[in-house]
Design a protein around this ligand. Structure first.
Ligand code: GLN
Length: 508
């Protein structure tokens, strides 16, 4: 199978140069990406593709290039997770509830990436409303892991990760409420970053847990994440939770690129990470961690040390409580976020009903999948009179303790925290489908980050062993608020010394 044209270039910067020199056109790139998406439709990574829309965006990019007014991502083929609303492609959040929904506007993230010139190949599969860790909970069927078609790609942004791993696009967008960018990136052997809460607009991102949700990019290379994040982030007056100013920057736009450039200047040749203190939390290496994953992480940590970083043992004592606290808070917020789907304003409406109440309950019962219903029920329960104090308030208190743990460690002991993204490599399709709690446990290392609102990244760092030798492992790097640049810089230094991020699945 021939690889799409964009794989001939060493990332976005190299592609930009080729486009500027007219060695390749946005149209050619878009055509070959569309062809690849079609040839690998068995992966079920894309759920809505429309060649006409993609080619129109490519034409706009070529026109801008000809006029010399092209944005930094002109011609770069990307895809969007199907929870980001788009005016032209359908947006379904992988739910029957929104089966034929077309948004009257574009999400800010979509708008910004298009304004930067990126060309969308379409919408990417995910777990319904972002609820899941395997992309098996999509109403449009599961996405397959390009490394092993019997394995899950992780989730909920599984389509976004698989599309990058299979080279259908150079980069994609995902959203991360409790790990949905980092975990599928890890399980598919690509890079991904969840930025600090509030730095990327949530306007037009279908809400799951509003105090946890954050959009971010996925790509093979850390440098490409930087390119994407730079275009996506920045203040948006339409999102009340968007931070206006951070770390001395009046406007959040451009801040990550600037900070990255400073770190790059300070770094020296063979020891680019000299002096970087990497905290390794003992709680991330407990009995639940698979030995082959532990081994790959250990090797990666040694690699970081050889680049100049210093390892510091740290403790995040409340890690264990993060699953319970997260699944109370996230479900509580989900029950509220999803109350808007009532069959009245938009979305699925039941055909037969006796009165308004029955219309609402039937519409919701027919269109929401089992996992979404489970979350709504749990969330409604923990918010109900008599249980609110016992569950919701207690979970909020634990959330504070978790955030405090990170603050203590990141302000006193280290610059970044490193550990695994997930306790195991990708599991087989269907393996955990009937056991929701087993699926929830897979999020143990990622959830706490969202509860605290911190930025965190996943970088490919190896493979499993034995039967898992073709299933990738991801290293997680967690930073302090607004410190995305340091994560990207460390990830980039790691990728200069390793080639895990460039490996390609054989069968694709
Ligand atoms: N697996 C977690 C959940 O189902 C996280 C999902 C996400 O980050 N969107 O809630």
């Amino acid at each position: 199978m021939t690889l799409p044209l964009h794989t001939e270039f060493d990332g976005i910067a190299a592609l930009r140069e080729a486009l500027n020199q007219r060695k390749v056109s946005a149209r050619e790139l878009a055509e070959s990406a569309l062809q690849a998406a079609d040839a690998r439709s068995h992966l079920n990574a894309f759920v809505h593709v429309d060649a006409e829309l993609t080619l129109a965006e490519a034409q706009a990019a070529d026109d801008a290039l000809a006029k010399g007014s092209a944005g930094p991502l002109a011609g770069v083929p990307i895809g969007h997770k199907d929870v980001l609303v788009t005016q032209h492609w359908r947006t379904t959040a992988a739910s029957r509830m929104l089966e034929n929904y077309v948004s009257p506007f574009d999400a800010t993230v979509v708008e910004r990436l298009r304004d930067s010139g990126a060309v969308s190949v379409g919408k990417l599969n995910c777990d319904e409303f972002g609820m899941g860790s395997s992309t098996e909970k999509s109403a449009w069927g599961p996405t397959r892991n390009p490394w092993d078609h019997n394995a899950v790609p992780g989730g909920s942004s599984g389509g976004s990760a698989a599309a990058v791993a299979a080279d259908l696009v150079l980069a994609s967008t995902g959203t991360d409420t409790g790990g949905s960018i980092r975990q599928p990136a890890a399980l598919c052997g690509v890079s991904g970053i969840k930025p600090t809460y509030g730095t990327v607009s949530r306007y037009g991102m279908i809400a799951y847990g509003s105090s946890l949700d954050q959009a971010g990019p996925m790509a093979r290379r850390a440098l490409d994440l930087l390119e994407m994040l730079d275009a996506m982030s920045g203040f948006d007056p339409r999102d009340a939770t968007c931070v206006e100013a951070c770390q001395g920057h009046e406007n959040a736009s451009g801040r990550v690129r600037l900070a990255f450039a400073r770190l790059e200047q300070a770094g020296t040749g063979s020891q680019p990470l000299a002096g970087l203190r990497i905290g390794v939390p003992s709680e991330f290496f407990g009995p639940g961690l698979a030995p082959d994953v532990a081994k790959a992480i250990e090797t990666a940590l040694s690699q970081l040390e050889s680049l100049g970083a210093v390892r510091v043992p740290v403790s995040l004592p409340h890690t264990e409580l993060s699953i319970a606290a997260y699944y109370v808070i996230a479900t509580a917020e989900a029950s509220s976020s999803l109350s808007r789907f009532d069959g009245v304003r938009y979305g699925h409406r039941a055909r037969e009903f006796a009165d308004l109440t029955e219309m609402i309950s039937r519409s919701r019962a027919e269109a929401f999948g089992a996992e979404v219903q489970r979350r709504i029920l749990t969330g409604t329960y923990v918010l109900s009179h008599g249980y609110y104090d016992a569950y919701y308030l207690k979970a909020q208190r634990i959330r504070r303790l978790i955030a405090n743990d990170f603050q203590r460690v990141l302000s006193e002991q280290c610059d970044v925290i490193a550990g695994p993204v997930a306790p195991t490599v990708a599991w087989n399709l269907g393996e955990k489908s009937d056991d929701p709690v087993a699926m929830y446990l897979a999020d143990i290392y990622t959830l706490a980050v969202n509860l605290a609102g911190l930025p965190a990244m996943s970088v490919p760092c190896g493979f499993g062993e034995g039967a898992n030798q073709k299933r990738p492992v991801g290293l997680q790097l967690i930073g302090n608020y607004f410190d995305e640049a340091r994560l990207l810089y460390a990830g980039h230094a790691f990728q200069q010394a390793t080639d895990w991020h460039l490996r390609r699945p054989e069968q694709n």
